[in-house]
Design a protein around this ligand. Structure first.
Ligand SMILES: [Zn+2]
Length: 290
């Protein structure tokens, strides 16, 4: 399964179980669109959340498409789907006054549905002041509010905001996104905390230090982040698809997942300024073994 198929599946499971986290982040160049263009993940999710046909949702994990609520969602006039986006083009065009608009209405009950959905588009353009103001709402949202954030790169979102949300990295290009098998093994060994194997990888990668495949190492970090997210989701929903996920869920507290995510983020950020990608990866691995 690629990232987008995996995302679609996780969202369906959430809708089926009617357990919806308080905040989502969809990240990627095409984060606003599912393949083939047209409707975005954010729109599909929002529509499913406010749809009134709970029987249909439980059975299929998606909006019914015909109830009054769905009709309004399709027309873009549902009063409980509130869209907020930058005022113009470019950096910092998403001003704090728009965030204040959100906060001022946040604690008012939904109009027609059980839930109010706030879609916040292109968060990369939001000022840090705006993000900080929004953070408070994401930290302690009323039980009837859900935030859906879209952003082209997660690196542009404050770490504190990210840690409050379930995050999905979407693929813009469906092909050629497969991770090399060695990374699959490496991720497994990292997650199961296998120090001997990690040492072997350290040696392996440090012997290839002249190579500079930044993209590949970045992809590895993204895969590791996705694996952690899947463990987090399995923990939240107590829905274990494989024995492996079940074992890992027992091994990882939420705090431990967040700490490891923070560490990965740090190494990803360092990679931007570090010419040697392999050295970055080797150093990440030795930090795990410490
Ligand atoms: Zn419906």
């Amino acid at each position: 399964m690629n990232n987008n198929e995996q995302t679609a599946k996780i969202i369906k499971d959430m809708i089926k179980s009617n357990k919806i986290p308080g905040a989502f982040i969809f990240e990627g160049d095409s984060s606003n669109f599912v393949q083939g263009g047209g409707t975005s993940f954010a729109d599909i999710l929002a529509k499913a959340i406010v749809c009134h046909d709970y029987g249909h949702k439980e059975k299929y994990g998606e909006a019914c498409g015909i109830c009054g609520s769905c009709v309004k969602s399709d027309k873009g006039i549902h009063p409980d789907i509130i869209i907020s986006e930058p005022g113009g083009e470019g950096n910092l065009s998403f001003h704090i006054d728009k965030v204040r608009d959100i906060i001022s209405g946040l604690y008012l009950s939904p109009n027609e549905s059980d839930t109010k959905v706030y879609i916040i588009k292109d968060m990369q353009n939001m000022t840090p002041q705006g993000q900080n103001a929004l953070l408070k709402s994401i930290e302690e949202p009323p039980p009837f509010a859900v935030f859906i954030i879209t952003v082209n790169s997660g690196d542009l979102i404050l770490e504190t905001v990210k840690s409050r949300a379930v995050r999905f990295v979407l693929d813009s290009d469906e092909s050629g996104k497969k991770t090399p098998p060695i990374y699959d093994e490496l991720i497994r060994d990292i997650l199961t905390e296998n120090p001997d194997k990690l040492l072997i990888y350290q040696k392996l990668f440090s012997s290839g230090l002249e190579k500079n495949d930044k993209t590949e190492v970045l992809r590895f970090y993204s895969c590791l982040e996705n694996a952690l997210r899947d463990i987090l989701i399995a923990k939240i929903f107590m829905n274990y698809e494989t024995e492996e996920i079940k074992k890992l869920s027992n091994l990882y507290s939420v705090k431990k997942i967040l700490n490891l995510s923070k560490k990965i983020h740090k190494y990803k950020t360092d990679l931007e300024y570090n010419i040697n990608a392999r050295l970055n990866l080797t150093s990440f691995l030795s930090s795990l073994n410490a």
